[in-house]
Design a protein around this ligand. Sequence first.
Ligand code: 4NP
Length: 165
Amino acid sequence: MSSNKTSVLFVCLGNICRSPSAEAVFTKMAQNQNLDLVIDSAGTAGYHTGAEPDKRSQAVGLERGYSFKGLKCRKVTPEDFDKFDYILGMDNKNISNLLEICPKGHEDKVGLFLSFADLQEKEVPDPYYGGKKGFEYVLDLIEEGSKGLIRQLQDNQLDCYNTNE
Ligand code: 4NP
């Protein structure tokens, strides 16, 4: 990003279920901690470009108080690897897709989102073809990953404190 704020890009396949949910959850948690970050999400595929997040993701997220307002699906671009400090995939396939298009020298920005959580589960599973329980579970994992990432940013004392308040 042109600013020097710490920036995080969440990535899944379609950018309509997992990564926009991660964007919504992490945005709220960062605001609650007064962290001033650049936060976005994108998909490795462009099937749903321009679409709003999946209604089922929105329904379970809204029940927990997260906002999906204004979120629109987009595909990852090569420029994202310049712009973002953390490029976090939901599963191992997202990581391999990201590394295929990652410009040389930026590979260390790419990692699994749940590596920040203290969980057995290492990937956020794709809920698209399942039921509501799968969407709830995705949100449980995303909340844990987000808490861990916030802790990491705070421990590193990165330049992410909002000094305007
Ligand atoms: P997401 O879920 O990667 O969490 O956004 C999916 C959304 C759409 C499709 C697959 C996964 N799809 O095949 O259309």
